[in-house]
Design a protein around this ligand. Structure first.
Ligand SMILES: Nc1nc2c(ncn2[C@@H]2O[C@H](COP(=O)(O)OP(=O)(O)OP(=O)(O)O)[C@@H](O)[C@H]2O)c(=O)[nH]1
Ligand SMILES: [Mg+2]
Length: 541
């Protein structure tokens, strides 16, 4: 295959994540984007219990039971000749680390707002995470089938709270039950929608020009008059859309719609895929960057997920391809281990269903089965000896617990399960010195992660545990010490080892941390493992 092919394929990739505060409708929108692209034919609305279907991207049993997303999922679809990789992320702050990692793999983001709630606290935090990497953000104001805030007020809320300029690229016609369509401000067409079956299938729409005499008749005179007023105001006051400013993360195009009824979703998707950027250069360690058009294959691992398929029980490593072309059975170099690795089959996923991939290009996200257990989050693989990509930062754990086994005979399964979940980054585990693998301490960023741990141990490893919270508040990896045993005597706190055998001290509060740092000026107290090369970030809380 020529390099020209690699360049053409990279240019038609669009890789984006959907972010928002919990419950704004990310998973529902994901489902509808799949519907509109033709990847699925009937959408199983997230909480529509009457049909016992669930959203394609919420596949874990705990996600189905609660109707929340616990982990991010990747879905592929093609739209208008563009190959899209869509990342649905969990909104709850306890799973913020997962969302953060996912954003590292994306080239653009869709920020979803609930029209009645506007910019919510978690939206704000995730927006700032996207901004750290200058990720272009498009805004979709969702739930327009319900009465919400005034559209103009929502725009100024986004501008004031998030500090980004807004440009409405479409505009809602009517509100709540009277929400009947959107006006596309770029091609100046009115899209009027006809109510469908609970949003399960694509809604039919009528396309009208602004000067179409049928428009006033369709809207009724008072809605028509209001619409005309809105338009005049927007055309006079709204700043023009600038692709450059959008790509620089300075301006966000805004759309209106309802993921529940599908109103506005078609026009949004059509427009969004043409605005979202193709994969660009990716920064590498040491200050360089690798172009997406580089013919050498390169990728990094941003997510590991075990047991997605109960009949396989294997671990899938999700990699984001940054350049070149993936081919089945290809040999790559593992940058951290500096050794050669033969790549097993790659998959893309639709919920739990795996689809084998023959070839993939820059921008694509594929799951590799890691039979040799050599990949971890942040690892770079490439066919040349190019520099490794900047890693995927971790959050420092703040909540600690021990687990009590209901059935002591299942200790082996517990250890297996914990190791697996630790590799996924779903929890971190620490071992007390001299106790081996017995009674490890588990550490997480948010309390809900402990509940997920409990549920997954039971569902995937048939291990029932009781969780007992411990009174620690900080974990610090010790750097610059010669002898861990001596350090344990000199430094206050509970001394443990992480899964790589690195010494860590657990501290109960800020005061203890202060004492430890003051009394040991030569020791560096790191908030994440030194193996996580790029260091830590502030938890998105
Ligand atoms: N009325 C209305 N309800 C919606 C719309 N979109 C989603 N919902 C409902 O909002 C709730 C949350 O939807 P989800 O799609 O699970 O939200 P989410 O953002 O994925 O939530 P997390 O993943 O837990 O953060 C569900 O009850 C949806 O049915 C919409 O356009 N209109
Ligand atoms: Mg969700």
């Amino acid at each position: 295959m020529s390099d020209a092919q690699t360049t053409i394929e990279a240019a038609r990739r669009r890789t984006f994540a959907i972010i928002s505060h919990p419950d704004a409708g990310k998973t529902t929108l994901t489902e509808k984007l799949l519907l509109y692209s033709g990847a699925i034919h009937l959408a199983g609305s997230v909480k529509a219990r009457r049909a016992s279907r669930h959203a394609t991207s919420d596949w874990m049993s705990i996600e189905k039971e609660r109707g929340i997303s616990v982990t991010s999922s990747v879905l592929q679809f093609e739209h208008k000749g563009l190959q899209c990789n869509l990342l649905d992320t969990p909104g709850h702050q306890d799973f913020g680390e997962d969302t953060y990692r996912t954003l590292v793999a994306a080239d653009a983001a869709i920020m979803l707002l609930d029209n009645a709630k506007g910019v919510e606290p978690q939206t704000k935090k995730l927006f700032h995470v996207a901004r750290l990497r200058n990720t272009p953000v498009a805004t979709l104001i969702n739930k327009c089938d319900r009465e919400g805030k005034d559209p103009l007020d929502l725009l100024s809320e986004v501008e004031q709270v998030l500090g980004i300029a807004t440009v409405p690229l479409d505009w809602p016609i009517g509100s709540g039950k009277g929400f009947v369509g959107v006006f596309d401000r770029l091609d100046r067409k009115v899209h009027l929608f006809a109510p469908g079956k609970h949003g399960e299938s694509i809604v039919s729409e009528t396309l009208l020009d602004l000067d179409d005499p049928g428009l006033e008749e369709a809207l009724g005179s008072s809605l028509f008059a209001r619409f005309q007023e809105d338009l005049e105001l927007l055309d006079a006051a709204a700043e023009p859309f600038s692709m450059e400013r959008f790509l620089a993360g300075e301006q966000t195009p805004v759309f209106f719609g309802s993921a529940a009824t599908n109103f506005g979703i078609g026009p949004f998707l059509d427009r969004f895929v043409t605005l979202a950027p193709a994969p660009g250069p990716r920064e590498t360690q040491g200050g360089g960057a690798r172009a997406a058009t580089d013919p050498a294959f390169s990728a990094f691992v941003f997510k590991i997920q075990a047991n997605m398929d109960p009949s396989h029980r294997d671990r899938l490593c999700f990699v984001r391809i940054c350049s070149g072309r993936y081919e089945k059975g290809m040999k790559v170099r593992h940058a951290r281990l500096d050794k050669e690795l033969k790549l097993a089959a790659a998959h893309t996923l639709l919920g739990r269903d795996r689809i084998s991939v023959e070839e993939a290009y820059a921008g694509d996200i594929v799951g590799l089965v890691d039979t040799q257990h050599v990949l971890r989050i942040g690892d770079t693989i490439s066919t040349d000896r190019g520099a490794a990509f900047l890693g995927v930062p971790r959050f420092s754990p703040e909540i600690f617990a021990t687990l009590h086994l209901a059935d002591p005979l299942r200790r082996k399964q517990l250890v297996e399960g914990l190791n697996q979940l630790a590799e996924e980054g779903a929890v971190q585990i620490f071992f007390r010195r001299g106790q081996g693998a017995l009674d490890p301490i588990v550490a997480v960023v948010g309390v809900l992660q402990l509940e997920v741990l409990q549920a997954r141990l039971e569902a995937e490893y048939s291990v029932r545990v009781k969780v007992e919270r411990l009174g620690f508040a900080h974990a610090r990896w010790l750097d610059g010490i010669d002898d861990p045993a001596k350090a344990a005597k000199a430094i206050v706190g509970t001394h443990v080892d992480d899964t790589d055998g690195h010494p860590v001290v657990l501290l109960r509060n800020d005061w203890e941390l202060g004492v430890a740092e003051r009394e040991n000026p030569k020791v560096r107290f790191l908030s994440t493992s030194p193996l996580d090369a790029t260091g830590t970030v502030q938890a998105v809380r």
